[in-house]
Design a protein around this ligand. Sequence first.
Ligand code: HEC
Ligand code: HEC
Length: 299
Amino acid sequence: MRMDKLSFVILSLRSGRRICRMSTALQLWKRSTESLRQILRLKPQNDKVLVAIAVASMLTACTQDLKLDGSDKKLAKEEQSKSQPVIFPDYNPSIADGKVVYERLKCAECHGVEGHGVGGRANQDMTDPNGKLAEETPIYQYKLLTYGLKNWDHPVLGTTTSRREIWDLVFYIRSFNSAPLSTAELAGIKEVFGANCADCHGLKGYGDGPLSHNLDPLPANFHQYNRFYDRDDPMLKIHISEGLYPSAMPGFLDREDSTNNVVFDEEYIDKLARYVRHFHIAYKSNYPEKSNSNPSEQK
Ligand code: HEC
Ligand code: HEC
């Protein structure tokens, strides 16, 4: 199973706590089902499971001390026994460098040069924006490539490939179904981000905009690897669409920015999510600049 169970438990408790603070029953219902559906990656028809979990997490979260019942303990233990350290990169992983590693390690023999898969070896089409891969977090993929999965005969890179290169690979693979923004797109979204997000998040995404100082929690710093490598893309999009109650983060879905002539529909929210990601990945190779500039500038 691909879901990170421990973080599911934590997240459902957290969203439960958030729910406790909510004022109306309606808000409560909408948000709890949406975020749980997101966390569990459930299809709409699995609503019964959702209801059960939403109720259970609300009950546990509303009492002061949070207890794990027997089954949750088992989940947490399982997670721990295979808990493998994640070593974050020291500067933004590069999609371009990932491509070079992908070629060197001959990943294409099974996954195809462009990630469409080779029949009989790896059938999954990694370019499908609605496929399995599009719902995975960078951390999950890093662990998969570094340590492999039990009973799964996949190339394991932890002992042969550097951490940097594994992160480069992760973001190269992710670019199959979520293409990097073009220079023109970047320029356009920069304006919109400047007008709608930068007051809180800062123009460079460090979470240090002029409004940030009075906010608790602080606006997210998009350069923070442990936070953003732990998000899948659908979750980023839900958070931008719906906001993060009760923080200051507003929901943007269906809003309009008439100055920049933009409607925040799902397509544009997708672009915003990729814009958020562009702060913590590099599109270009990290190596040419290595000798004559300070890599930390990219952070
Ligand atoms: C011998 C064949 C083979 C090679 C070589 C190979 N893979 Fe895979 N890989 C698979 C198979 C099989 C799957 C399962 C999905 C599928 O059937 O397409 C998979 C899945 C994956 C996944 C997604 C896992 C998931 O949970 O959806 C990633 C990411 C991945 N491979 C990356 C790589 C990278 C990077 C390389 C090169 C270092 C590589 N693979 C080399 C066979 C291979
Ligand atoms: C009024 C201030 C404010 C504005 C404007 C704002 N944000 Fe936020 N944002 C926040 C705060 C505060 C958080 C942290 C919430 C938390 O930690 O619970 C946040 C968190 C986020 C996150 C992190 C979600 C996660 O999964 O951790 C993303 C992504 C994000 N904002 C994107 C945007 C984008 C894109 C815009 C503009 C379209 C925007 N924000 C505008 C205050 C703001």
